[in-house]
Design a protein around this ligand. Structure first.
Ligand SMILES: [Zn+2]
Length: 467
């Protein structure tokens, strides 16, 4: 007798899709096959695609310490509404940042109380803290995140090349990857305005950070200036350096939020020469271009910034040719007040944790014939494999019954009140998507169905399998 059978869906396996039942017992997938019998509950999945739950390897839920920005309770609800069952939280912008074993413990406890989905934790790699990495690894972090430009938070300083090299060597010893925000600080620069003496040239706004407010009222000026301050060359320069250090140290490198086809190609070339690198991009680079910023404003501010259409198209080309490994949201919300004001001083970060699958289904599957098996690779199978998370990422007997049920034929227009995150602001509001998430199951339990979140808590900490 099974606990649940998901009946007659099109089950997307790594080997292809098949119409089948998925039987679940004790939170695991017990059997996959036609006409399975005997369960206390059933879900009719006819006409729906059944995928493994989305694994979002890059979010900022800001817990503990900045739950007024988001928090794992609301963040994980939004993830579940977007088909997600597992996330890896970045070491910032929780506060204090997650750069020691003690903070890993604290964050784990806070998230175990709050999250409805399973979760893993990134540790931080910052100057002076390479010695902390071993103990963080013992506590089960999935890897270590470093910034190659200022992070926007003084308590999470940029990793200089020496820190990055030492950190990569240590991470290699610990068999864990280093994730880098790849923009070179010396190429990230707001142009000096001769009439302005408040130091725009000294760095200004960045990834998740603030910059000095602009004197002029013109928001448009802020947009152009911000885009110019973070050129493609800042990304490719940093990627090149990170790849070289990974080659030197033998570290596994994960490059987060690559925004250009050029950046992906650089990393893919290095991989072909033997560097152990995985490449992540985000749904916002696949959906928007810099032209959208004019009407969206600060809600679409992020770093690296949204790119010109030729870079956006080239990024899609690299995804379709199989060079991109993982699509993750880099969900990075804040309070509405910090998104107000001019473009330069506004907080940088896009809230999109609920929209990753809809973006890939609409712009990928519908517009570009991206196979569902490929989508599964990008959002579940590769994340689980790359970060050695056991029993996750694919639909197979013995694996956790983490599933998302999708109606590929239906469409919806995202409304503010669909958003499960704390602050109902997202650049995707008003967009119409083909492909609707009908239900999300975490270890066999329905945590989201037909627009309603159906769980409180219950998320478990996951850690990498030892090598
Ligand atoms: Zn991020």
């Amino acid at each position: 007798m099974f606990d649940l059978i998901v009946r007659r869906g099109t089950v997307v396996l790594t080997s292809g899709s098949t119409t089948a039942d998925v039987a679940i017992g004790d939170g695991r997938i017990a059997e996959i096959g036609p006409e399975l019998g005997g369960a206390s509950h059933e879900i009719d999945a006819r006409g729906l695609f059944v995928l493994p739950g989305l694994i979002d390897v890059h979010v900022h839920f800001n817990e503990p310490g900045r739950t007024h920005w988001e928090g794992a309770a609301t963040g994980s609800r939004a993830l579940a509404a977007g088909g997600g069952t597992l996330f890896f939280d970045m070491p910032l912008n929780s506060t204090p940042c997650c750069v020691s074993a003690r903070e890993v413990e604290r964050k784990r406890e806070a998230l175990e109380r709050a999250s409805i989905t399973d979760f893993g934790l990134w540790g931080g790699l910052v100057p002076g803290a390479v010695g902390e990495m071993g103990e963080m690894a013992e506590r089960g972090v999935v890897g270590f995140k470093a910034f190659m430009c200022d992070s926007g938070l003084p308590e999470f300083p940029r990793a200089d090349d020496e820190t990055l090299r030492d950190g990569m060597a240590e991470a290699a010893r610990l068999h864990l990857p280093v994730a880098v925000h790849a923009e070179s600080q010396d190429k990230v620069r707001l142009k000096a305005d001769p009439t302005d003496h408040r130091g725009l040239a000294s760095g200004g706004s960045n990834d998740h950070g603030w910059g000095p407010a602009l004197a002029g009222p013109s928001n448009d000026r802020g947009i152009r200036e911000f885009l110019d301050s973070r050129p493609v060359a800042a990304e490719t320069d940093a990627i090149g350096r990170a790849l070289e250090l990974a080659r030197e140290t033998g570290a596994s490198l994960h490059i987060v939020h690559v925004s250009t086809g050029r950046g992906v190609s650089l990393a893919a070339d290095a991989r072909a020469r033997g560097v152990d690198v995985s490449i992540e991009t985000c749904p916002h680079y696949l959906w928007f271009t810099d032209a959208d910023i004019e009407h969206l404003g600060t809600i679409a501010k992020c770093a690296p910034p949204l790119r010109a259409v030729e870079h956006h198209d080239a990024l899609w080309d690299t995804l379709l040719t199989g060079h991109i490994d993982i699509v993750a949201s880099d969900h990075s919300p804040t309070e509405p007040a910090m998104k107000a004001g001019d473009f330069i001083s506004a907080w940088g970060g896009i809230s999109g944790v609920q929209s990753t699958l809809p973006v890939l289904l609409d712009r990928g599957h519908h517009d570009r014939r991206l196979a569902l098996e490929r989508i599964v690779e990008l959002i579940a199978a590769t994340p689980a494999r790359r970060f050695r998370i056991a029993r996750k990422g694919t639909i197979a007997p013995g694996n956790d019954a983490d599933l998302v049920l999708i109606d590929p034929a239906a469409s919806f227009t995202l409304q503010k009140d669909h958003l499960q995150q704390r602050h109902k602001a997202s650049p995707y509001v008003g967009a119409t998507f083909r492909g609707v998430v009908r239900a999300t199951l975490r270890r066999g339990e329905t945590i989201f169905m037909d627009g309603q979140v159906a769980a409180r808590g219950g998320g478990r900490f996951v850690r990498p399998e030892p090598l």
